[in-house]
Design a protein around this ligand. Structure first.
Ligand code: HEM
Length: 442
């Protein structure tokens, strides 16, 4: 059976409504037109899939029938054949090589680096000061990725890396780049900045690899040393090009997403003083006046629920997609080879069929056994199946430790202007940043 098609305009299809408000459009389409609907954004035809069982079928049960979608191709010039964008046996081998670097025991060692960076930021914050807290979170998570993944040498370049990544993200996040591919070939000023930024990032990374190799690639404990030393069963190691693609991927995938998770959490806490107060009580009871550590994580339960609920309402990876490798029957609907399916965690995680009062920020909902009762893919901020986020445990630990360290000392109030607008780019961002006033807790 062919899926129902959402009516639209000739040529433009549903583009105008989509571009005006992507999040509203996808949520409304899912709730009014059912769990499988074909939409067209300009020349692109996509099947919007909004039922957790069908998400599971694509990501998990029948994952071999699917590959990453065409949006991922926009990221290819940046990420090359890194973990996020590669496919098939090559991806499987890279994932196997990288996996040990993300083992729980391994990342536990990064807890103190994370808290150290957050404590330095807390020391810079002043009572009654107005700041863009999203900028702070971007800088903080970048410093942490740089130091934990690549070691202090890259950490020292954090400023340069931050600027270069900014220029790169401006291009890959531009919807025109996705929908008007010819732009990629025009030497616009934005494109020239992009090329310069990639060259800068490459030169920093290749410089670090060279230093590592010269010093015999010792096991320094950071992820890069694990990747440099990682060997496949047949003894092969990653080439410099592979290392570069993996590092660029980890830089991009590993810092903005966590920064966004925290920025949206500050917004939600600012809008819910009762929840902010309950969080402050937990931090006071568990930590008193000392900094958080990895060992505190099991006791920071409410802090963890605040983060989980923030990821439900504002998933940084707000949409995911796949392309059919062959003709597929998806829940009785025909998806032809090359067909694009699209899932929107933003819409599914706010679906009243799975969540009571779905737009309400209620960390308490995670206190019972909700996670066990939900259909598995009603909540999937880190994706699922073999391609699930390799950095999930790293990100969850980081978010809790940073929030605990900063919120222990400060209350953050988001200012009414500029109005906070969620902007659905590659990731879900606050369009104009997040201007806040800080109050030191008594
Ligand atoms: C709150 C923070 C994060 C969120 C919401 C998030 C979300 C996701 C999602 C949804 C995917 C799956 C994409 C797909 O199926 O198409 C993914 C994959 C990935 N993430 Fe994350 N991520 C976060 C943090 C991180 C961190 C900290 C790292 C690295 C340190 C990281 C590295 C990756 C990589 C390498 C992949 C590709 C994995 C593969 O295909 O094998 N992410 N992430």
């Amino acid at each position: 059976m062919v899926p129902p098609t959402l009516p639209g305009l000739p040529f433009f299809g549903n583009s105008i409504r989509y571009l005006r408000d992507p999040l509203g459009f996808l949520r409304e389409t899912a709730s009014r037109h059912g769990d499988v609907v074909r939409v067209s954004i300009g020349p692109l035809k996509m099947t919007l899939v909004s039922h957790p069982e069908l998400v599971e079928s694509v990501l998990v049960t029948h994952n071999r029938l699917w590959q990453k979608d065409r949006f991922m191709r926009v990221l290819r010039p940046v990420l090359g054949d890194g973990l996020l964008s590669s496919e098939g046996d090559f991806w499987r081998r890279q994932r196997r090589l990288a996996q040990p670097a993300f083992h729980r025991d391994r990342i536990a060692a990064y807890g103190s680096i994370m808290v150290g960076h957050a404590a330095r930021l807390a020391n810079q914050w002043r009572h009654d000061e107005v700041r863009d807290v999203h900028k702070d979170m971007m800088r903080l998570t970048l410093e942490i990725v740089a130091e934990t993944l690549f070691g202090a040498q890259v950490g020292d370049h954090a400023e340069d890396v931050g600027e270069a990544l900014d220029a790169v993200l401006k291009v890959v996040a531009d919807p025109m780049e996705v929908f008007v591919p010819i732009l990629k070939r025009l030497p616009t000023p934005q494109r020239r900045r992009f090329d310069r930024a990639i060259a800068k990032l490459d030169s920093i990374l290749y410089g670090v690899f060279e230093q590592r190799r010269k010093s015999g690639a010792p096991e320094t404990g950071d992820l890069l040393s694990m990747l440099v030393n990682a060997q496949d069963d047949d003894g092969t190691r990653m080439s410099d090009q592979q290392l570069r693609d993996e590092c660029m991927t980890l830089f991009l995938a590993g810092h903005e997403t966590t920064a966004l998770n925290l920025s949206w959490t500050w917004l939600l806490l600012s809008q819910h003083p009762d929840i902010d107060a309950k969080l402050a009580r937990e931090l006071h009871d568990v930590l008193g006046d000392r900094p958080a550590t990895f060992a505190d994580l099991p006791n920071l339960r409410y802090t963890g629920h605040v983060i989980a609920e923030s990821l439900r309402l504002y998933p940084p990876a707000w949409s995911l997609g796949r392309e059919a490798r062959e003709d597929v029957d998806l829940g009785g609907y025909h998806v032809p080879r090359g067909g694009q399916v699209w899932f929107c965690p933003w819409a599914i995680q706010r679906d009243p069929r799975w969540f009571d009062d779905p737009d309400a920020f209620r960390p308490e909902r995670w206190e019972g056994d909700l996670a066990k009762k939900l259909p598995r893919y009603a909540y999937f901020p880190f994706g699922g199946g073999p391609r699930f986020c390799i950095g999930q445990a790293f990100a969850q630990m980081e978010a809790v430790l940073l929030l605990a360290t900063l919120a222990r000392s400060f209350h953050v109030e988001v200012l009414p202007k500029p109005r906070v607008v969620p902007f659905a780019s590659v990731t879900l961002r606050p369009k104009h940043g997040l201007r806040v006033r800080l109050t030191r807790r008594g």
